[in-house]
Ligand binder design. Structure first.
Ligand code: 8X3
Length: 258
């Protein structure tokens, strides 16, 4: 379906999948409501979206970990529109790769707040603006980490498994409304993901992608757009998207540079 003139909400829109999704929906001539904590970075993405052809772009500093911020964001949006067609729940990420025995509370809290509770509170805030029987979408960003656990990933894999459960519960709760709910679950993607996971250690982050042609944020954004543009009677419940080089989380083909 054609999305021109429709309203799209994206969390975590200042970088990575969120920024790439914003630009992909901008090229479809959508109105964009972009949220992220980093207002300066978000304004840069907003400017790119305007240049890409967005019908309008509204950037808001929002921390999905804070209920009052999420609720005011959705409340303020009502002055502009009463019908949001796509909600992209993208905010989240990983903090640390430590085994449970030595992991830090602050990392756990950050992951639970953004990936899990943030997803719930953003969805609760925006559901009233999703029109019934018009092909609206709640598109959640999960991960292959929600499918298979790995060492050091107890909390991250846990919150991404929770994201899958939230998606499935919403799919059931909203059945009969015409609102579509699905999750897109990427594998290795070269974004700021590893830089954040390793608290800014660029060398360690670069090693994750060494010798691998990883997914780019645009690959995931393109898949999101494909999901969102299916006809209203088609719901993509779940899409797993990985680099060709990554057959499974632990099975990654790396080219040697010698
Ligand atoms: C990111 C993918 O496999 O590194 O969600 O956890 S993974």
């Amino acid at each position: 379906m054609n999305l021109a003139g429709r309203w799209v909400v994206i969390t975590g829109a200042s970088s990575g999948f969120g920024a790439a999704a914003a630009r992909a929906f901008a090229r479809e001539r959508c109105h964009l409501l972009l949220g992220a904590r980093r207002k300066h970075r978000l304004e840069q993405v907003a400017a790119q979206c305007r240049a890409d052809g967005a019908a309008s772009v509204h950037a808001s500093a929002v921390d999905v970990g804070v209920t009052s911020e999420v609720e005011s964001w959705a409340l303020d949006a009502r002055a502009r529109t009463d019908a949001v067609h796509v909600l992209v729940n993208n905010a989240g990420g990983a903090h640390g790769l430590d085994p449970v025995a030595t992991a830090r509370d602050a990392d756990w809290d950050a992951m639970v707040q953004s990936n899990f509770l943030g997803l719930l509170r953003v969805t609760r805030a925006w559901i009233p603006l999703l029109p019934r029987h018009d092909g609206a979408w709640i598109l959640n960003v999960g991960s292959i980490a929600g499918h298979v656990a790995y060492e050091g990933g107890a909390a991250y894999c846990g919150v991404k498994a929770a994201e899958r459960s939230v998606t499935q519960a919403l799919r059931l709760e909203l059945n009969g409304t015409g609102i579509r709910v699905g999750t897109i679950d990427p594998g290795m993607a070269e974004t700021e993901f590893s830089l954040v996971r390793f608290a800014g250690d660029g060398a360690r982050a670069a090693k994750v992608y060494e010798g691998v042609e990883a997914l780019r944020a645009e690959d995931v954004a393109e898949a999101m757009l494909w999901m969102a543009t299916r006809p209203p009677h088609v719901c993509i419940d779940e899409m797993v998207i990985k680099p060709t080089d990554q057959a499974a989380f632990h099975k990654v083909h790396r080219r040697t540079t010698r």
